[in-house]
Design a protein. Structure first.
Length: 408
């Protein structure tokens, strides 16, 4: 959606078109998982489609805008979604397919600039100040990105352009679906002040309620509030941060490549799992995934975290920092398995497991842990060989024998 359309709809104050100094872009793929599926099944375009598990277990992974118009949204229980939109076509999610599409998306973004901050599988912040010489103004860069996504990948995206990350993020959200919105530097504060206070980062429902109790409903209301009164309502530290956001100051600078803070992967079971052996197999799968991604990015990790969600939605996270940085799935699994065993009991009924690596650093900085164990060295060689096969033939080309039954 263009700025002119938003202004006509009354969603925005009138703004200029000068993008000088607006070097921050937020690129957000539109209904990403659903869009990837529609690329393979174009006959479903224009129809309500829900990506999720057919048996009603779990939640909506993604939905087309036609399904969203019926009230379906991501993370909604599948049973609720099907009642809201019974005519929707349901497609089983494919993690490998979405991961491959994400890599293609990020490759396009990294070709534009070295300063890409991947927020998730389908969105990223970009600093395009260095791309002006080759691609033109920020608006031209944003247009080029959207053109490449459509022509090369047949995937739509929305792009927000602004002076700071939060403004770019809000702009991309308002531009959806398949739109571009530029917030000129001179209009940044006026743009922010026109928004509900809940649009600011870090303002959840509890803070919205606290601010509403003192008559603050918009960002303009917040900016006009005396600092002492704001601090009394939300606390001094939070008040200082909110005032900075309302003034259009940057709070999340964009880092360059290799600045990823963590690498994670998780899986929700179709049926709650009670078998420790089955849980360990699932954790092994997640470890293989995150270790492969770490090696692909040239990163090692020092901290392993295992996430477990039980049938009552209670969630635990257990972490351990290793003695040396590693990218070895075998070494990571030893830690992850121990953390899993600490998290569950024989009576546990588990809904979800996940593994996350943090304490990331370039392998050129940390190196690989030296070992006199020939089997450990063989594991490293084997994993690197598997990476090469997977890169060429896909994740299903090769897998551990112990995991074949679970994957079938």
């Amino acid at each position: 959606m263009s700025r002119e359309q938003l202004e006509r709809a009354g969603a925005l104050p009138p703004m200029g078109s000068d993008d000088a100094g607006c070097n921050v872009l937020h690129v957000d793929m539109d209904a990403f998982f659903a869009a990837v599926e529609l690329r393979d099944r174009p006959e479903l375009r224009g129809r309500p489609v829900i990506v999720g598990r057919r048996n009603g277990r779990g939640v909506v992974v993604s939905a087309t805008y036609e399904a969203r118009a019926a009230g379906v949204h991501s993370a909604m229980p599948m049973g609720t979604a099907m009642r809201a939109c019974p005519a929707a076509t349901v497609i089983e999610p494919s993690r490998e397919k979405y991961s491959a599409a994400s890599r293609d998306v990020m490759a396009i973004l990294n070709d534009v600039t070295a300063y890409v901050d991947e927020v998730s599988i389908d969105e990223a912040f970009l600093d395009v100040s260095g791309a002006r010489r080759t691609l033109g103004s920020p608006t031209q860069v944003a247009t080029e990105i959207r053109t490449r996504m459509k022509s090369h990948l047949q995937l739509p995206c929305s792009v927000g352009v602004g002076t700071v990350t939060m403004v770019a993020k809000i702009a991309s959200t308002m531009a959806k679906p398949d739109g571009l919105l530029v917030v000129p530097a001179g209009d940044t504060v006026r743009f922010l002040h026109s928004l509900p206070v809940g649009r600011l980062w870090g303002v959840g429902s509890k803070t919205v309620k606290s601010l509403g109790a003192i008559g603050v409903y918009t960002v303009a209301d917040l900016a006009a509030l005396p600092p002492t009164r704001l601090a009394h309502a939300v606390g001094r530290a939070h008040a200082t941060r909110l005032a900075s956001l309302a003034a259009g100051h940057e709070v999340r600078p964009i880092a360059g490549r290799g600045a990823e803070k963590s690498i994670g992967s998780e899986h929700t079971f179709d049926v709650d799992v009670t078998s420790l052996a089955d849980l360990e197999k699932s954790v092994r799968l997640e470890v293989e995934e995150v270790a492969r991604r770490a090696r692909s990015a040239g990163l090692t990790a020092t901290t392993v975290t295992v996430k477990v969600r039980f049938e009552d939605f209670r969630t635990t996270d257990r972490s351990r920092t290793m003695a040396a940085a590693t990218d070895s799935a075998s070494a990571i699994f030893v830690v992850a398995r121990d953390l899993l065993r600490q998290s569950v009991t024989p009576e546990s009924s588990v809904r979800l497991v996940g593994v996350r690596l943090s304490g990331l650093a370039e392998v050129s900085e940390t190196g690989h842990q030296l070992s006199f164990d020939s089997s450990a060295e063989a594991h490293t060689v084997a994993e690197e060989t598997v990476d090469q096969i997977v890169a060429r033939f896909g994740p299903a080309a090769l897998q551990r024998a112990s995991l074949i039954r679970q994957k079938e």
